[in-house]
Write a protein that binds this ligand. Structure first.
Ligand code: NAD
Length: 261
């Protein structure tokens, strides 16, 4: 069998994809030929413009669907409105940092809902479509924090460990059905949000850009380099390729060696 990464004719739904990693993954999947459905909880001109830009650059169908991933009904409605879902990328995520005894309950609930429960709902809605199509890929964006922990990130670490578990169960329930489920575990990725934190960190630590990036932000990332959204997108394309047809129920770290420590 020829090994291909051509995703022509497939439809990919990427949650939380109007910025950062989700948008990077959507762009790479579209470059590989997939039609893409972008999503977030807003409904701005810019959101729809992103889809139009991807459609015109990549020659695929692209649209933006508003759905709030903190709400189970919205998660399921997203897949229903998409109509097809050969590739599901569960990427939407938020973060909050505080000690367990001070962790706001509403933040805990929101992180578990958006970073974990949303993937349960979208997967539940997408699997029947994948089974009908006889092919599918579930790609969950976990984190190095799906495999290891840091203090003050209880909800995030719990949700990311949880999504690694959900990935394994999804893989087992779909084994032998040409449907795989895997989790990508990024370390620190250079997204606009991370980029925006650099000036503040330089001020706080009285360091130049290179030093603050190397010694503060990438303290746990042995490569001392950020991963990029393009690399995450390329990893997602690989997981959709024929080469990855027998890779299922596992994690792929894109973390510059973080979890090897
Ligand atoms: P980001 O803030 O740029 O992207 C998060 C996306 O989720 C945005 O599109 C946002 O609109 C969307 N989102 C947030 N709440 C939502 C909701 N209620 N409904 C729908 N969409 C919602 O951040 P990012 O860094 O690109 O993060 C993307 C994913 O990658 C997250 O799951 C994050 O945990 C994970 N991750 C990021 C890094 C990193 O260093 N940036 C590292 C490891 C894992």
């Amino acid at each position: 069998m020829a090994i291909t990464t051509d995703l022509s004719g497939k439809t990919a739904v990427i949650t939380g994809s109007n910025s950062g990693i989700g948008l990077g993954i959507a762009r790479e999947l579209a470059k590989a030929g997939a039609h893409v459905v972008l999503n977030s909880f807003t409904d701005r001109k810019e959101d729809h413009a992103l889809a139009a830009e991807i459609a015109s650059v990549c020659g695929v169908k692209a649209r933006y669907i508003k759905a709030d991933m903190s709400k189970g009904d919205d998660c399921r409605a997203l897949i229903e409105e998409a109509g097809a879902c050969d590739i599901l990328v569960n990427n939407a995520g938020i973060q909050h940092v505080a000690g367990i005894d001070k962790f706001p309950v509403d933040k805990w609930d929101a992180i578990i809902a958006i970073n974990l429960s949303s993937a349960f709902h979208t997967t539940a809605a997408a699997l029947p479509l994948m089974r009908d199509a006889g092919w599918g890929r579930v790609i969950n964006i976990a984190s190095a924090h799906g495999l290891t922990a840091s203090p003050y990130k209880s909800a995030y670490v719990a949700a990311k460990h949880g999504i690694v578990g959900l990935t394994k169960v999804t893989a087992l329930e779909c084994a032998g059905q040409q449907i795989t489920a895997n989790a990508i575990c990024p370390g620190y990725v250079l997204t606009p949000l991370v980029e925006a934190q650099i000036p503040d960190q330089m001020k706080t630590h009285d360091m130049d850009r290179d030093t603050v990036v190397r010694e503060v932000m990438l303290a746990r990332q042995p490569s001392k380099e950020f991963a990029t959204v393009e690399q995450l997108g390329g990893t997602a394309v690989f997981l959709c390729s024929d080469a990855a047809a027998q890779i299922t129920g596992t994690t792929i770290s894109v973390d510059g060696g973080w979890t090897a420590l």
